[in-house]
Design a protein around this ligand. Structure first.
Ligand code: ADP
Ligand code: AMP
Length: 231
């Protein structure tokens, strides 16, 4: 099912570049693609922060208390990796272990599919966690799916994240909760994901929350952050 979605995105893109019938010399106006969800149809909060900052922990609380649907890009990728017959299993496994960014064609298709499915069931409030982690994802999501309301950014010292991840690694069974992978994930976060936060910050679309505090104290700050943006 996902493969169909990915192919569909690929072929639409390809056919927009070259239409068989059009004369080669004609310059066609670029058509603006409307996002799947027009403004106001759904609300999307991007949740970003370093690995182990506590994004998943806080999102779980928001789901319980505020009725959000939580979509973690990492969880969607792990599920796709484990799905029998997935074309992308090996690629995803390699990226996760190396702490690199899974190509947006896969990540974006998974997210779009999950949002559409949840919306068909009636969901309209989404926490999109661990996404966008690269500029291309940020631009494509807002062009093709929906404009985000804002980005909730979890600020956490690297040492705190390291300790949390090593602790989580004792039981998580994750291939990337080990010191080698963690170092690579930190590098990807700084080099590739922080520019996304800076891009949204320039547009005044980021609310920062300190998260080297107890879970409930972070949660109070998260709620303040949401209400500062009318949520
Ligand atoms: P992320 O989704 O950002 O990778 P998680 O929510 O999985 O982070 O949290 C990483 C680890 O740290 C988990 O084991 C979690 O239980 C723990 N944790 C999360 N928030 C806190 C906190 N405020 N204080 C202490 N430990 C925390
Ligand atoms: P996480 O579960 O958020 O810690 O993510 C684990 C790993 O999944 C990351 O290190 C990446 O390899 C991959 N991943 C998670 N989110 C994304 C994303 N938005 N884009 C590409 N790869 C991602």
């Amino acid at each position: 099912m996902l493969a169909v979605g990915v192919l569909a995105i690929g072929s639409t893109f390809a056919s927009s570049l070259l239409t068989k019938d059009s004369p080669k010399s004609a310059i066609e106006p670029i058509k603006k693609v409307e996002p799947q969800f027009a403004d106001g149809k759904i609300s999307v909060v991007f949740v970003l922060g370093g690995p182990g900052a506590g994004k998943g922990t806080q999102c779980a609380k928001l789901v319980k208390e505020q009725g959000f649907v939580h979509l973690s890009a990492g969880d969607l990728l792990r599920a796709e990796q484990n799905r029998q017959g997935s074309t992308f299993g090996e690629l995803i496994a390699k990226c996760i272990k190396e702490g690199t960014i899974v190509p947006q064609e896969v990540t974006l298709a998974l997210l779009k599919q999950a949002i559409v499915e949840e919306n068909l069931k009636g969901a309209t409030k989404f926490l999109v966690d661990g996404f966008p982690r690269k500029m291309d994802q940020a631009l494509s999501f807002e062009e093709q799916i929906a404009k985000s309301s804002f980005t909730l950014f979890f600020e956490c010292p690297e040492q705190v994240m390291l300790e949390r991840l090593l602790e989580r690694g004792k039981t998580s069974g994750r291939t990337d909760d080990n010191i080698e992978s963690i170092k690579k994930r930190f590098r990807t976060f700084i080099e590739t994901s922080m520019p996304v936060v800076e891009y949204f910050e320039q547009q005044n679309r980021v609310v920062k929350v300190r998260c080297d505090l107890a879970v409930d104290d972070v949660y109070s700050k998260v709620k303040e952050a949401l209400s500062s943006r009318g949520i």
